[in-house]
Design a protein around this ligand. Structure first.
Ligand code: FES
Length: 167
């Protein structure tokens, strides 16, 4: 006869511990998944957003292009509309963020009649060259951000914001 026999008390302990652990895991797993799931989802930030702007209608004169995308903030989804100033430079399409690098107001192309070939920020008189380079002596201390651009079926696609590469 073996000395390793399990007593009735031990058997009940093992069984109850096993069943209890199994049930606890069954209850906790969905809760843990619910808590961390949004953090595991891919952010829409890196994706390109379709615009209604035809590529072949973009000229050397900057135009404002609005685009809408779905923003996921934890469990809350909302449609966000943003804009870009878009122009053609040879074969390249340039898209600039309209957010002023001073305090975040919106800049407008030719917004100041004294400087019709620059972006103008009416909040504090900030100005930028067509490439987004900030004009020295005005409040902004850095250039406008760029958007990554792509083309799909002849239409402009805008990606994530990147630091200005145009100098
Ligand atoms: S926010 Fe644009 S110049 Fe101040």
């Amino acid at each position: 006869m073996s000395n390793n026999r399990v007593s009735r008390r031990q058997f009940l302990n093992y069984t109850l511990t096993g069943v209890g652990g199994f049930m606890a895991a069954g209850m906790l797993m969905p809760m843990i998944r619910f808590a961390i799931d949004p953090a595991l989802q891919t952010k829409a930030e890196g994706d390109f957003v379709q615009t209604s702007q035809k590529i072949d209608e973009i000229t050397e004169e900057p135009i404002k292009v609005d685009f809408t995308f779905e923003q996921v903030d934890a469990w809350y989804k909302s449609d966000v509309t943003e804009a870009a100033w878009v122009y053609r430079d040879g074969d390249a399409i340039i898209a600039l963020s309209p957010v002023c690098k001073h305090l975040g107001c919106t800049v407008n192309w030719a917004g100041d009649s004294a400087h019709p070939d620059q972006y103008f920020c009416a909040c504090h008189g900030g100005r930028y060259e067509k490439t987004g380079k900030n004009v020295p002596g005005t409040p902004p201390t850095g250039p406008l951000d760029e958007y990554e651009v792509a083309e799909k079926d002849g239409f402009l696609m805008l990606g994530k914001k990147i630091p200005n590469t145009l100098g």
